[in-house]
Design a binder for this molecule. Sequence first.
Ligand SMILES: [Zn+2]
Length: 91
Amino acid sequence: MSWRCPECRSTALDVSVETWARLFQRCGDFETDFDDALDHSHEWDDDSPMKCRDCGHGALTEEFKVRESSAVCPNCHQPLPVEKFMRQDRE
Ligand SMILES: [Zn+2]
């Protein structure tokens, strides 16, 4: 599985994740610190916001997901992505 910008084809992407942070509370004020959390795991899925670092296009990760065809790259033997126009025709 892979992700690619549907607008410019870039793979330079940022994704919004859910993670744990330490909550500090003092005198009615509060702040969070990611480095002090005991659990540094983070999660994201098809409904997480994703943003292209090259063109700025933003959408849910589902829109960036590359549908792979049965065709295989002759060099690396990985499945080739189905082009955007083929996805739109199928839907
Ligand atoms: Zn882009």
